[in-house]
Design a protein around this ligand. Structure first.
Ligand code: AHM
Ligand code: MG
Length: 353
């Protein structure tokens, strides 16, 4: 902008020559930790390549016959889309190629994937390669969700074994988590344990994720709710009472706006930016909820807490402390602005106590 507020004439735009790319950001973060080996940075570089590849194929899906079903189903019986299969294969190859991932959990794979060729690799990665894939063919935003754990020294080495039970740990033990949303542009949001939440936007010409949303913070309150209300006849009474209270507030207050995309990543990204509440409650049809603890709920919970929000399950327990019983275990989820999640907790306590 020129001093008088108008944009500079074409050819005289100010060029930012000091852009923070994800690669630079990761290097700068590594430099802050003197004992760092660089392994985490290399793992993240491989993750970054997986996100770029998935973004590329999603952009071209309608052009190169990648829409529609693959003719198979995944661990939880969902029909797999062609892009589910491709996204999963891209992710597995990237993690294998990184040399830093020992064990991988993917929503699309019933069992853990072990990379025995890298016995000293100290990271475990959990992921949903393409979340919200029922939306894919309509061009609606979908995303990749990931969490990273560091394995204990005792399981490292050529004669040691790593198994599913090494991953049945609470989200508090993750060293990092995040997601990439494939929408109008690809947006990558990442956080380290107890760190800030930073958002990057894919610049397609440069082929780089650029830091565009440093230190993201959720507003304390916002009158937006996001839930599949079609399930309300299966909800518990307190859940219906809570959502009713948003739609029918006391005299003089405005009701909440409803926003539901049906892709957790897209609904969560909007909630991170604007505030409000995103929920997928457990109900009489899905008593353990729909969303998976390890690679959907926990990574999102870490992002939301680090951005100043809260995340709880349907029993109002802190989601980050929930230990999954198996790698595809599910949970009810409420996450969003601190003030909004507190209203859920208050309603639960009022009905249950
Ligand atoms: P998926 O992992 O099979 O794509 O399912 C998870 C998705 C979430 O992205 C979204 O929040 C939810 O399922 C939507 O479910 P529904 O269609 O029941 O509203
Ligand atoms: Mg999913």
């Amino acid at each position: 902008m020129a001093a008088n507020g108008s944009a500079p004439p074409v050819g005289q735009e100010n060029i930012n020559t000091d852009i923070i790319t994800l690669t630079r950001f990761l290097t700068e973060e590594q430099n802050k930790v003197p004992e760092a080996t660089g392994d985490f940075t290399l793992l993240c570089h491989s993750l970054q390549f997986a996100f770029k590849s998935i973004a590329y194929y999603i952009r071209r899906a309608s052009l190169i016959n990648l829409t529609g079903l693959a003719g198979s189903s995944n661990t939880t019986g969902d029909d797999q889309k062609k892009l589910d299969v491709i996204g999963n294969d891209i992710f597995i190859s990237a993690m294998k190629g990184s040399g830093k991932c020992r064990i991988l959990v993917s929503e699309e794979e019933e069992d853990v994937i072990l990379f025995n060729e890298n016995p000293n690799a100290r990271y475990a990665v959990v992921c949903d390669p393409i979340d919200g894939s029922s939306n894919l063919d309509a061009g609606v935003s979908v995303g990749t969700i990931f969490g990273i754990f560091k394995l204990p020294d005792e399981v490292l080495g050529p004669n040691k074994t790593v198994s599913e039970k090494d991953l049945l740990r609470p989200g508090t033990e993750m060293v990092a988590s995040g997601f990439t949303m494939y929408g109008a542009s690809a947006q990558l949001v990442i956080t380290m344990r107890d760190g800030d939440v930073n958002g990057f936007t894919m610049e397609n010409s440069l082929g780089e994720f650029i830091l565009t949303h440093p230190n993201m913070k959720l507003p304390h309150e916002r009158a937006i709710y996001s839930v599949n209300e079609g399930n309300s006849s299966y909800w518990e009474d307190w859940t219906n009472a809570y959502f009713d209270s948003l739609k029918h507030p006391e005299e003089g207050k405005k009701p909440y706006s409803a926003r539901y995309i049906g892709s957790m990543v897209a609904d969560a990204y909007r909630t991170l930016l604007y505030g409000g509440i995103f929920a997928y409650p457990s109900d009489s049809k899905s008593v353990k909820g729909k969303l998976r603890i390890l690679y959907e709920c926990a990574p999102m919970a870490m992002l939301f807490e680090n951005a100043g929000g809260l995340a709880v399950n349907s029993q109002m327990e802190r989601l980050l402390e929930v230990v999954p019983e198996h790698i595809h275990d599910k949970s009810g989820v409420y996450l969003g602005s601190k003030g909004e999640v507190q209203k859920v907790i208050d309603m639960y306590n009022k009905h249950k106590k």
